[in-house]
Design a binder for this molecule. Structure first.
Ligand code: FAD
Ligand code: AMP
Length: 481
């Protein structure tokens, strides 16, 4: 039997499910194949993001933040409570309920939009055919005018720290601890490592992050990265840069980690749990028949052009499995654009304006280029910085750590980037992303009326500071080559 679709999407993470919904909205007959199963062996949509990524990590970040705030956060407000207790299994169970609710929501959206949801494994054959092996083992060949590959990514594992699911875990395992580890090691002080280290640190773990690189958060604006490191260190996170893990040894319930420090000396630490967070890699296992016509690049990503077309006609690829930042919203945007292109529209992803967030407390967020990047590009620019210490709302809430940094072109005043560490950073940066999408200058933002008192006034003041006009601090106009 052969079923013919306008669009078959393989993978129902945020890239795939969004592509499927948009395609169906545009009147295309669409199926989405997903192989993920829940603990009961039932097919489940949502991919990494919903099941073991964005959503469960934020559920635990929010739970642990509430606990920590109750314990420490309200003293300056004159509020004390009895010593709070944490029931870890209950916290993990709540996280799972959130996951189930959200992925159930995708299935409902599929139904509402007329997307055929197929649970099982998809394999791209030659000529836009897809072999579908259902979870019950039955195999069917499907045909499509267009196939969208959205098979996502999986954690990178390193031979020196093999994940055993007990003492050594990856990010997925770190969302399932049933008690608070006394001493917790994290390999990799990247976004995911810092978020997961923060969850367990807030609940009482002694956390040591071992990071091979000399620079902290190297992809971020370094002024913001330095401030972030200061804040995290004050919170008790022990971040050791230039520390490359070279070996691990599991003995009973403990793991000994050997690493070389910044001076090249060998060091050891013994942990109750070790989280390996050294990045993610594209996932294409079993996805492509030998004659599918789809090429991978040298790093294993599916090769695509700017419009997400692969080397096989009518086959597209989106999300973590292709180049670009591994972020849910980047993949979703590509999914929308590909569906619209298939429907004959001329949509494009604006890769220059993709915000990113680290959900520690306070949040860290960024959009556009860093000062280092603008400098390397040889452009003339101005920088405006505004500290939350001078924002009434931030001081009133006792959330006055951090700053907003805005970078604008010296000639046109166009905003090139905005970098924030501080309260509500994710939402503040989103305001600037919106402004950048409309080609805003720093002056445009500075002339916009912001409600008082809000955290967002720091965005307005940083924009004013770009041209030396900040009101609530003395201006030091900085013009740099
Ligand atoms: P995925 O979400 O990985 O989905 C791919 C899907 O394809 C999977 O369900 C897989 O089962 C399925 N699949 C693969 N091959 C086949 C096949 N052959 N047949 C059928 N199905 C197949 N990003 C953010 O933007 N914000 C965050 O806060 C954030 N937090 C994160 C926290 C953690 C702990 C982790 C691990 C990641 C986080 N990310 C975050 C990254 C985000 O989860 C990914 O960027 C996003 O999930 C990628 O979406 P995707 O659709 O490309 O792939
Ligand atoms: P990210 O790519 O943001 O998830 O971050 C992963 C981090 O892990 C990077 O900053 C890497 O430098 C770091 N890393 C990779 N391998 C090792 C290792 N053996 N020891 C310590 N850090 C590592």
């Amino acid at each position: 039997m052969s079923d013919k679709y306008d669009v078959i999407v393989i993978g129902s993470g945020p890239a795939g499910y969004v592509a499927a919904i948009r395609a169906a909205q545009l009147g295309l007959k669409t199926a989405c194949i997903e192989k993920w199963k829940n603990d009961e062996g039932k097919g489940i949509n949502g991919g990494t993001c919903l099941n073991v990524g964005c959503i469960p990590s934020k559920a635990l970040l929010d739970s642990s933040h509430k606990y920590h705030a109750l314990k420490e956060g309200y003293k300056n407000h004159g509020i004390t409570a009895g010593a709070p207790k944490i029931n870890v299994p209950e916290m993990i169970e709540r996280k799972q309920k959130v996951v189930d609710q959200m992925s159930g929501g995708i299935s409902q959206l599929f139904k509402a939009n007329g997307v055929t949801s197929l649970y099982g494994t998809g394999k791209l054959l030659a000529g836009r055919k897809v072999e579908f092996t259902a979870n019950d083992g039955s195999v069917q060949e499907l045909e499509a005018e267009n196939v969208i590959l959205a098979s996502g990514s999986v954690p990178v594992d390193i031979p020196v720290a093999p994940v055993n699911g007990e003492t050594i875990v990856d990010s997925t395992g770190a969302l399932e601890f049933q008690s608070v580890p006394k001493k917790l090691g994290v390999i990799g002080a990247g976004v995911i490592g810092l978020e997961l280290g923060s969850v367990w640190g807030r609940l009482g773990s002694e956390v040591i992050c071992l990071e091979a690189m000399d620079e902290f958060l190297a992809m971020m604006d370094q002024q913001i990265a330095k401030e972030t490191k200061k804040i995290l260190t004050k919170q008790g996170l022990d971040i050791r840069l230039s520390s490359r893990v070279t070996a691990t040894e599991v003995k009973g319930k403990k793991v000994t980690v050997t690493y070389t420090d910044k001076d090249g000396n060998e060091q050891q630490e013994v942990f109750d749990k070790l989280i390996v967070c050294v990045g993610r890699r594209p996932y294409t296992e079993g996805l492509l028949a030998a004659d599918s016509g789809v090429n991978l690049d040298e790093r294993g990503f599916i090769y695509v052009n700017d419009l997400c077309s692969t080397s096989a006609p009518g086959v597209w690829a989106v999300g973590d499995v292709v180049r670009g930042p591994m972020l849910a919203h980047k993949g979703s945007e590509e999914g929308v654009v590909v569906a619209e292109r298939i429907a004959g529209q001329k949509s494009l992803v604006n890769y220059d304006i993709i915000p990113s967030v680290i959900y520690i407390h306070p949040e860290v967020a960024a959009v556009g280029r860093t000062e280092e990047q603008v400098k390397a590009d040889g452009e003339d620019y101005n920088v405006g910085i505004f500290p939350f210490m001078a924002i009434g709302r931030a001081v009133a809430s006792d959330e006055a750590e951090g700053m907003v940094k805005m970078i604008a072109d010296a000639k046109t005043d166009r905003v090139l980037g905005c970098h924030v560490v501080g309260p509500s950073a994710a939402d503040l940066v989103q305001q600037v992303a919106l402004a950048m999408e409309f080609g805003s200058t720093a002056e445009d933002i500075g002339m916009t009326v912001f409600s008082h008192p809000t955290m967002s006034e720091a965005v307005k003041e940083a924009a004013l500071a770009v041209n030396g006009h900040a009101i609530h601090m003395p201006n030091r106009k900085r013009r740099k080559k």
